[in-house]
Design a protein around this ligand. Structure first.
Ligand code: ADP
Ligand code: MG
Length: 695
């Protein structure tokens, strides 16, 4: 057994390594820069680069890369080796401060939503000293932000860092007002729980939909699904356990705090949760986690599916973004403490989040809007597309009391008695963890559960940070002017809860009544990505992001365009894949089956003089199906062709949703029905049963 405390972070140029290898003064400057988000000058960068290079070479690295997160949802890297020719036929290994600070990848083919016309292909990557450099496959990776020639953000990291600055600035005003003068910084924290599927690689190879789209486009429901709930937290199969062990080991080497691994509800579905950390680092680490999941699965003859809904009728995968705010003095602003009623700072932060979520439902919805996640939201296992908040009974009662100007007796809090003396009685959690809520208070943090499993967590956190910063700013403005501070705090809590409590819902978020109730309350229900994205560029949102320096209008418009562009691309590829599968594999399989059935019929009649019903009815049914399939597939092809030509991106996305997706559904329904009638050996693809139960 290797000692994890030794290998943990061994591939990271982290704090301990820096302390050891950098001159004291350089180390201090770098550390402060990371904590306070200040920039670093070239002399310091030269010293850091030198130390980084030496460390990396000792670890066997030969290349370096600026590691960045363009708006493709995944990370990008372009490797350069350290070698520099000396002119006499020899080389030296070199890496300068300039190369550390700034890179210039040829970035013309990353999505920019028109920000960077291709003739102006220059994009820059800029070192982010707040996230440690690390070694991955003999390459020194330097986390960087990616922006255009004009400084506009072209990536996920830049706005995230900006939003963290924005919320920090406003949160500092609040904590200072509460007398916490020793606080120097306030950071948002995130702990993203990552769900995923593991399937057998050999089976994966046989399915074009999985290869091209990451999700199945056809597939009949197997006799056994997840109804027994016997997979959830069940014993982990040996092959999966081996995978998890290796994954943990590799993540630990990269300093990723992988903590909990367990099976999820659906067969073949699993989850990994890290220990939470600063949002920026959590986002980087989540990207690394997804990348390693895929790589390591491959080494085990498995494929890791990160798509939100790889199998129809089976739970999809999400990502729960646990979010809170912490001071550098170790105070969690969302921790209620023993007497939440008297913890005014907590209550103020709590109502700030309530107000932010109510006012900016659209932004939260947008932050999780992708073609893949649309299939999951509103499904049986996932929150609906309606944003609401769960507070739990106790906090709701506290706020209701505050609203009436009454005092809530926290001491009366119920104790949980497990009913056996062997287990001690312990205090009930402040919340009972309602699983159906898209945005739940879970004790000392909020858990935003609508994120899709494949997305970066950046978008969601950008929204959370910016919208909360805005409410903090408003509260701070009021409090700084208040004559009676305590009175004003109480007034704000009371007023805010009164005005925004419609967003609080502690009941079953999956139920149909809730959909109706939410409509009565006037909550948004943006069902699809094309419904949601246009809200991003509303006047209010443009000024919100500008006010806090997170996005300018151009950046915002580009993001909206990229989101819709991605949406169209995904559905386009899926539609073409489905057409190919039906034409080349499914229709021939049906034909062959019908042919065999008819042959049998013929022989029966000729030899036995009989006319058996079974063969006849199945052959007729299948033959009808193949006629219909053929018809719809032709229509699908035409529709895709016409949709693709629509100039206006929003109009195009709506057509992909309304026409293309619904035709795909129709085709799928017929294909799935035929699958159950075609002999197993004739069906061209591994079934759901094979995929889900054969790992
Ligand atoms: P559950 O599955 O019940 O939601 P888990 O323990 O699996 O709970 O996940 C909880 C996640 O929340 C973990 O990643 C944990 O590190 C994270 N978390 C805990 N406290 C905070 C906090 N203050 N800020 C952000 N994330 C947190
Ligand atoms: Mg959770």
């Amino acid at each position: 057994m290797n000692d994890i405390s030794v290998t943990f972070g061994e591939n990271v140029f982290g704090d301990a390594v820096m302390k050891e290898r950098l001159p004291k003064e350089t180390y201090e400057i770098l550390r402060n820069a990371a904590v306070e988000g200040k920039s670093i000058d070239i002399e310091i960068a030269n010293v850091v680069a030198m130390a980084m290079k030496e460390w990396a070479i000792e670890k066997g690295a030969t290349h370096f890369t600026h590691w960045f997160q363009p708006m493709t949802g995944i990370t990008a890297e372009k490797h350069d080796s350290f070698i520099v020719p000396t002119g006499d036929g020899h080389i030296i290994m070199d890496f300068s401060g300039k190369e550390l600070i700034k890179g210039e990848p040829d970035a013309s083919s990353f999505p920019s939503g028109g920000l960077r016309a291709t003739f102006e292909a220059r994009g820059y990557t800029a070192w982010d000293p707040s996230s440690y450099a690390f070694i991955k496959e003999k390459t020194l990776c330097i986390p960087t932000a990616f922006c255009s020639y004009g400084g506009e953000a072209l990536d996920q990291k830049t706005p995230l860092l900006r939003s963290m600055d924005a919320i920090e600035k406003q949160a500092l005003r609040i904590v200072k007002l509460f007398g916490m003068s020793d606080v120097k910084s306030v950071r948002t924290t995130a702990g993203p729980e990552q769900e995923y599927f593991l399937i057998d690689k050999e089976l994966w190879r046989k399915r074009p939909d999985l290869i091209y789209c990451g999700r199945t486009l056809t597939g009949a429901v197997p006799p056994k699904g997840q109804e027994m709930n016997d997979h959830y937290f069940g014993v982990i199969k040996p092959r999966v356990a081996k995978f998890m062990k290796e994954l943990d080991g590799e993540l630990w080497k990269l300093g990723v705090l992988a903590k909990t691994e367990h099976n999820e509800v659906a067969p073949a579905q699993h989850e990994l949760a890290p220990v939470f950390t600063t949002t920026n680092i959590a986002a980087d680490h989540n990207q690394l986690t997804m990348e390693l999941m895929k790589k390591i699965a491959d080494r085990h003859g498995l494929v890791c599916l990160l798509a939100e809904k790889p199998f129809k009728g089976v739970n999809g995968s999400g990502k729960h973004n646990n979010w809170s705010l912490a001071t550098d003095t170790g105070w969690n602003l969302l921790k209620p403490g023993k007497n939440p009623s008297d913890n005014k700072l907590f209550l103020l932060c709590l109502v700030a989040v309530i107000k932010a979520v109510d006012l900016h439902q659209d932004l939260l919805r947008i932050s999780v809007a992708t073609a893949g996640n649309d299939h999951r939201l509103g499904g049986h296992e996932a929150p609906p597309a309606i944003i609401s908040m769960y507070l739990g009974d106790e906090l709701t009662e506290i706020l209701e009391a505050a609203e009436k100007g009454a005092h809530h007796d926290d001491k009366a809090k119920a104790k949980l008695n497990v009913g056996t003396e062997a287990i001690p009685v312990f205090k009930k959690d402040n919340t009972d963890r309602n699983r159906t809520s898209p945005f739940a208070f879970t004790g000392n943090k909020f858990e935003f559960r609508m994120l899709g499993s494949a997305s970066s967590i950046s978008d969601a956190n950008v929204m959370l940070n910016t919208m909360t910063a805005d409410v903090f700013a408003e509260f701070a403005d009021r409090l700084e002017k208040a004559e009676d501070f305590d009175k004003e705090v109480n007034e704000i809590i009371k007023e805010t809860f009164r005005e925004h409590k419609r967003i609080v819902f502690n009941g079953d978020g999956y139920s149909e009544q809730w959909q109706k109730e939410a409509e009565k309350r006037g909550l948004l229900n943006l069902k699809s990505t094309p419904d949601a994205i246009p809200y991003l560029c509303r006047k209010e949102n443009i000024s919100l992001f500008a006010r806090h320096g997170v996005f300018n209008e151009t950046e915002l418009r580009c993001r909206a365009e990229i989101a819709l562009e991605n949406y169209c691309n995904v559905i386009h590829i899926e539609a073409l894949t489905l057409v190919e599968m039906v034409k080349r594999d499914i229709l021939p399989a049906i034909s062959k089956t019908v042919f065999h059935l008819c042959k049998t019929l013929e022989v029966n009649e000729r030899v036995l003089g009989r006319n058996p019903k079974m063969e006849k009815s199945i052959a007729t049914y299948l033959s009808d199906c193949s006629e219909k399939l053929y018809e719809y597939i032709e229509e699908l092809e035409d529709t895709v062709e016409n949709t693709q030509r629509i100039d206006d991106i929003h109009e195009r996305s709506v057509k992909y949703h309304d026409a293309v997706l619904s035709l795909m559904e129709t085709v799928r329904d017929i294909a799935d029905k035929t699958e159950t009638l075609v002999p197993r050996k004739e069906w061209p693809y591994p079934t759901y049963g094979d995929l889900l139960f054969k790992v």
